[in-house]
Ligand binder design. Structure first.
Ligand SMILES: *Cc1c(COP(=O)(O)O)cnc(C)c1O
Length: 374
């Protein structure tokens, strides 16, 4: 008897080795499945203040245009990005979220027989885009704490893992889910060491939140390192996760390559209009960053009182060590109406990733955590 047929057998080897990305549980699902009312979600690093009012108004204003295809070149948004960050418009690639950009990069530069290099505990999308294309992922053990931030990317080990088969290196700075970050000096030294034939993707999804003095301003590096791609997003500090807008900054030749692979009209009219307005709303961004600092202070105090620790984070989330298997703690928190993110799939079975929320959301999550850990 032959084994029963499965369509999974027809999938490419790389795809067979993948598991679907597990998003944070949506509030509606918790309410449906657990009958919990008034739940809070601190699971997907969304902006607890919501979208900028200017962005909402701009999106509403664009509703009458949605019978038309969007501007496939995204001119208005690209112009706003170019002005804001002081870059050439020809070096900008827009994406349907920065995940789209990461996938475009993989499709442009990866193939069976070549590899991408990234760190253990790094963002889950890097293995997905690598294996889906049939390329091999080389996962480099993270720092253990002796030579760099525990759980953080070990750039020396990553550089050592790069060989003539490597086409892309993915670096998240800060990293999700750990919240760890890389200093300017170490990252610059890494870029200097990289052959020009290796694309270095610097994923800066949380750049706006970082206040550390030794954190790099990476944009000037674009002129020195033509193999550098910086990715950014409107999903986090700009509060537009539901619209899906991200972008890459690179050498114009690299942008030209990415543009060949990009789906026409990959970013929709509402998203581009809202993102352009969000970029102009500095007050909302400032308020979001200030709220994040206050939230971090709240969690620092509460976790110290509870005798718990989290990985030092410069993002809008913390990765909390609950001191035991985190899965049951996650389940109990759901029953309290608090959605956080288990990160066992990132090799962190005792941690929960918690997005910094509004003061009252943090209070509620902290008291639920005290209850379920008691
Ligand atoms: C959230 C996140 C992204 C952004 O994803 P979008 O597709 O832009 O919503 C990218 N990289 C990392 C590390 C993230 O955590």
């Amino acid at each position: 008897m032959s084994a029963p047929f499965s369509f999974c057998d027809l999938a490419t080897t790389g795809v067979q080795g993948l598991r679907p990305y597990e998003p944070g549980k949506p509030l509606s699902e918790l309410e449906r499945d657990y009958g919990v009312r008034d739940a809070i979600k601190l699971a997907s690093n969304e902006n607890p203040l919501g979208p900028s009012p200017a962005a909402q108004e701009a999106a509403r204003g664009a509703l009458g245009d949605i019978a038309r295809y969007p501007d496939g070149n995204g001119f208005e948004l690209k112009r706003a990005i170019a002005t804001r960050f002081g870059v050439e418009i020809t070096g900008i690639t827009l994406g349907n979220g920065s995940n789209d950009v990461l996938e475009i990069i993989a499709r442009a530069f990866l193939a069976p027989g070549v590899t991408s290099v990234f760190s253990q505990h790094a963002f889950a999308v890097y293995p997905i885009v690598t294996q889906a294309i049939g390329a091999m992922a080389r996962v480099v053990p993270a720092h253990t704490g002796e030579r760099g931030q525990r759980y953080g990317h070990d750039l020396d080990a990553m550089a050592a893992a790069v060989n003539d088969k490597t086409r892309v290196v993915f670096i998240a700075n800060p990293n999700n889910p750990t919240g760890t970050w890389l200093r300017k000096d170490e990252l610059e030294a890494f870029l200097v060491r990289m052959p020009k034939t290796v694309i270095v993707v610097l994923d800066e999804a949380y750049v706006e939140y970082v206040t550390e003095a030794d954190y790099p301003d990476s944009i000037p590096w674009l002129l020195r390192f033509p193999n550098l791609i910086i990715t950014r997003t409107f999903s986090k500090a700009y509060g537009l996760a539901g619209l899906r807008v991200g972008f890459a900054l690179s050498h114009p030749q690299v942008a030209d390559v990415l543009n060949r692979v990009r789906q026409p009209f990959n970013v929709n009219i509402l998203a581009m209009t809202a993102a352009t307005a969000a970029l102009g709303d500095r007050a909302h961004l400032e308020a979001s960053l200030k709220l994040n600092q206050a939230g971090l202070a709240q969690w620092v105090e509460a976790t110290a009182e509870m005798g718990l620790s989290f990985i030092p984070s410069v993002g809008n989330f913390i990765c909390l060590d609950v001191g035991r298997a985190a899965a049951p703690v996650y389940e109990l928190l759901l029953r309290e109406g608090v959605i956080v993110r288990p990160v066992a799939n990132y090799g962190l079975p005792n941690h929960l990733r918690i997005t910094l929320g509004l003061a009252q959301e943090n209070r509620r999550a902290i008291s639920a955590l005290r209850k379920v850990l008691a």
